[in-house]
Ligand binder design. Structure first.
Ligand code: B12
Ligand code: SF4
Length: 505
């Protein structure tokens, strides 16, 4: 038998995607790749198993566990994949009983008690995982690791929060070498060149949106030179030609953006890229610099076109400002992808119509529409839970395509009907059809267009599709993994509070 691995990180699958999945992206999990790189730089042996990206089934995961026999396993948990994550923890303890299982990520940290009802999970990391994981792996007793919640018999103990690391450049680049780039692809309509990969220049967002886990989290930025260095590595080592910046607020630090663009343009790496901008943080000089550095598309979370709904979700709108932003982007040859949400609190057919009208009036090139989803750790989840409006906690469905909040003034059927109507009305306009045809630059773009038309306009997507191979991760019941009768309550929390302020137990 070979040497035991120190740490294995696992990214669970989200197996109930319908055919819309093909419109979506599959990209490497930067959170665990960042922790993995840090631990490796400290001399630990580390591997990453991306069950979602590699499309692994239960047998393959178990085989990998038996082969690597990790001392520690770290599982990253978003809400939609939290039930398969519970099962994976069980498999880990079955195959490697003496292994310590740590979970982290936005869902786990918002619901530590729920995770710890599963005896296969030893502790929950709240917030950044780099230092927490280092201390756990170095053998520090769980009770002494800041930022950790753990089970003490039948009670959950919440250690104090960990101070935020404001200097992100202290950490090495994500451990890209631990994943296979062949498994990843960007979303339809979001790329010029391939292969593509995701990156971040910042962490955190000062916004206050009621539906978002990033709301009010401390904004931290990496140095522009270091980001360009990372792009050079991706280009030269992995042949990457397209980057998707997934920062919540890429354009908040104007000087940073300008410095970054100047350095990237000078490096002349032949990279095309996209980034999220904020409607209220964009300017002529930024647009010009971004275009010159290879940016071809900006994404804007506009969410709604109705003033009342905007106030309700914590994202007020200045119509003229948004219009000006789109004008600036277009003038500099940047496509605009507008992202909108329907089914918000207090939403009506009329307010959704305001949103569609606004998208058309703004003249965004691509129209992205999601259904409001109450994620644990957000104000939306807490309000829906307190009012008794949460339809269920079957986390599989928490993927922005289902109606999960039951409101008296609107039905789920109306929201779905509006969604279909909106895609047709937006994309079947001659100006949109023309734009879509003009964007075609490769065979893959043609394929994308056919798929998008079939799924979004003809509504032909079958629910619960995907590969049969993934049956092992589907239709699981979370309760079946709860084998510890905790005497600790499960309070409602806000992500920003549990990460940065005194932890609310
Ligand atoms: C990039 C991104 C994507 C990419 C790549 C996803 C991926 N493989 O990572 C794509 C576009 C594919 C994507 C898809 C989706 N995403 Co997304 N995505 C993001 C985004 C913008 C950045 C993620 C990231 O890289 N963060 C940076 C790293 C450093 O942070 P991190 O991942 O949180 O990890 C740190 C800590 O959380 C912790 N940690 C995390 N895991 C672990 C594990 C252990 C063991 C430990 C100790 C610590 C730890 O340590 C990490 C490093 O410090 C976030 C928002 C955000 N700012 O985080 C949304 C976000 C994660 N996505 C979200 C959603 C909803 C989705 C989708 C469901 C959307 C959809 N309808 O399709 C899908 C689900 C995909 C899936 N496979 O299931 C929500 C999740 C909400 C929730 N409660 O689950 C977020 C939080 C957006 C938001 N603000 O609400 N996403
Ligand atoms: S939706 Fe965007 S602006 Fe609002 S809190 Fe989340 S990341 Fe920030």
């Amino acid at each position: 038998m070979g040497e035991r691995l120190d740490v294995l990180f696992i990214y669970p699958p989200w197996p109930v995607l319908d055919d819309r999945a093909i419109l979506q992206n599959s990209l490497p999990p930067l959170g665990i790749l960042s922790i993995a790189a840090y631990l490796e730089s400290l001399g630990h042996t580390v591997a990453v198993c991306d069950v979602h990206g590699e499309k692994l089934d239960e047998t393959e995961v178990c085989e990998r566990l038996r082969r690597l026999r990790p001392r520690f396993v770290g599982i990253s948990v978003l809400t939609n994949m939290s039930i398969p994550a519970q099962k994976i923890a069980r498999l880990v303890k079955r195959e490697v009983p003496d292994c310590t299982v740590v979970v982290g990520g936005v869902h786990a940290e918002a619901m530590p008690e729920r995770m710890l009802k599963n005896s296969a999970i030893d502790c929950v990391c709240r917030g950044d995982g780099e230092e927490v994981m280092r201390e756990v792996v170095e053998g520090r007793p769980l009770a002494q690791v800041d930022g950790l919640s753990w089970r003490d018999g039948t009670t959950v103990r919440h250690n104090p929060p960990r101070l935020l690391n404001m200097e992100l450049d202290r950490y090495p680049f994500p451990a890209y070498h631990m994943v296979d780039f062949k498994n990843y692809f960007p979303a339809v309509g979001s790329y010029r060149n391939l292969p593509a990969i995701n990156m971040l220049m910042t962490r955190g967002c000062p916004g206050k949106c009621s539906f978002c886990n990033s709301a009010r989290t401390t904004l931290r930025a990496r140095g522009p030179a270091r980001v360009v260095e990372q792009i050079r590595l991706l280009r030269e080592t992995y042949g990457i030609r397209q980057i998707q910046f997934y920062d919540d607020t890429f354009t908040v630090f104007k000087k940073h953006v300008l410095d970054f663009c100047a350095l990237l343009a000078e490096a002349d790496l032949g990279i095309t890229w996209t980034a999220y901008i904020r409607g209220d943080c964009f300017s002529e000089d930024m647009a010009a610099a971004m275009k010159k550095a290879g940016c071809h598309q900006v994404l804007m979370g506009i969410e709604t076109g109705n003033e009342q709904v905007a106030a309700r979700i914590g994202k007020t709108i200045d119509r003229e400002r948004y219009k000006e932003t789109v004008r600036i982007a277009h003038q500099h040859g940047l496509e605009v992808r507008g992202s909108f949400i329907i089914g918000n609190m207090d939403e009506t057919w009329q307010s959704m119509t305001d949103t569609l009208d606004f998208a058309i009036d703004l003249d965004v090139d691509l129209f992205q529409l999601n259904i409001s989803t109450p994620y644990p750790g957000t104000a939306l989840f807490n309000e829906a839970a307190e009012k008794g409006w949460l339809k269920h906690r079957d986390w599989y469905a928490y993927g922005q395509g289902e109606v999960l909040v039951e409101q008296p003034q609107i039905t789920a059927a109306e929201i779905f009907a509006f969604e279909r109507h909106a895609f047709r009305r937006f994309y079947l306009r001659p100006v949109s059809v023309l734009r879509m045809l003009k964007r075609i630059a490769s065979f893959r773009h043609i394929r994308d267009l056919v798929v998008a038309t079939t799924v979004l306009l003809l509504g032909k997507h079958k629910k619960g599709g995907g590969e049969d191979k993934w049956a092992c991760w589907k239709d699981l019941r979370e309760e079946d993994f709860f084998d510890v009768a905790l005497d600790t309550a499960e309070p409602l929390r806000m992500t920003y509070q549990l990460r940065q302020e005194k932890f609310i137990a």
